[in-house]
Design a protein around this ligand. Structure first.
Ligand code: ARG
Length: 271
């Protein structure tokens, strides 16, 4: 992969205007640790600027008071081939976000399929364009039944992968798609059988270790050439550079307090 093969992306994001850690629904969230709200907004704006500088299109959702996790826009839907499979959140604290996403997609003219099963959008679904398949996590948030529902809605095969480490509660904390055919993942976040499936499907994957995953080094977005990655994940950035990708580091230390980083803040729109 070279920088010349970068492909322009379309992203949906949500400014952390109302971001705070008001409840704890994953092991990263500590309601006693203060959050610097202005800093969170600055860091998020840098992420937006970095994506725009790479030539990508960024659309935004209107942030809503009382929905502090709305900044993690990845969780609101999963789109492939112009079809959007909506989210249905696991926890009541985030449930209302789904309707905001739905409204945005419908308003922008997307074909929207409302889910009946619990699923957290791109938090637990990743698309691999080469083979045209989706990888999907379950075990903490998304129900396996939603995987079948997504396959039906999107007309793509969906490979179910079992997440087993609560620190990596969403697929996008443990696995990422780097280009049309290459992924990176942290094997120990998955059950032994799911690890075997990933080894079989992606023998040339970039393997992350625990430190990489804990630094949110897998929670990145790639345009096939540039990988936008959390600044803390220096070892992961080196691994990716060795494989020919170009790391672009962004500091999202405040948003990490909610249990997310780069990828969590971004929903990719695949038309
Ligand atoms: N506090 C949010 C939650 O626990 C963080 C979501 C992170 N998003 C992601 N795509 N991993 O739901």
């Amino acid at each position: 992969m070279t920088a010349s093969s970068a492909r322009q992306r379309h992203y949906l994001m949500c400014r952390p205007t109302h971001f705070t850690v008001a409840y704890a629904i994953n092991p990263w969230m500590d309601t006693t640790e203060p959050v610097d709200a202005d800093r969170a907004i600055d860091q998020w704006q840098h992420l937006v600027d970095a994506l725009k500088n790479l030539g990508h299109t960024v659309d935004t959702l209107e942030p809503e008071p009382g929905l502090p996790d709305m900044v993690y826009a990845a969780n609101g839907a999963f789109s492939v081939g112009g079809v959007v499979f909506g989210a249905k959140f696991r926890y009541p604290q985030r449930a209302a976000e789904a309707a905001d996403h739905e409204k945005w997609y419908r308003g922008a003219g997307w074909r929207f399929v409302a889910p009946t099963e619990t699923n957290e959008g791109e938090g637990d679904f990743a698309y691999v364009p080469g083979p045209g398949l989706a990888l999907a996590g379950y075990g903490f948030r998304t129900e396996p039944r939603a995987h079948a529902e997504a396959a039906e809605a999107l007309a793509r095969p969906v490979i179910s992968l079992k997440l087993t480490d609560p620190r990596f509660y969403h697929l996008d904390t443990a696995l990422t798609v780097l280009d049309d055919t290459t992924i990176a993942y942290y094997p120990e976040a998955f059950s032994p059988s799911s690890r075997a499936i990933l080894r079989h499907l992606f023998p040339d994957a970039v393997l992350a270790d625990e430190a990489d995953a804990l630094a949110f080094g897998l929670n990145l977005v790639s345009d096939n050439a540039n990988v936008v990655i959390n600044t803390e994940a220096t070892a992961m950035a080196d691994k990716l550079a060795d494989r020919g990708y170009r790391p672009v580091a962004v500091d999202l230390s405040e948003l990490k307090k909610g249990g997310g980083s780069v990828k969590c803040c971004i929903a990719e729109l695949r038309s």
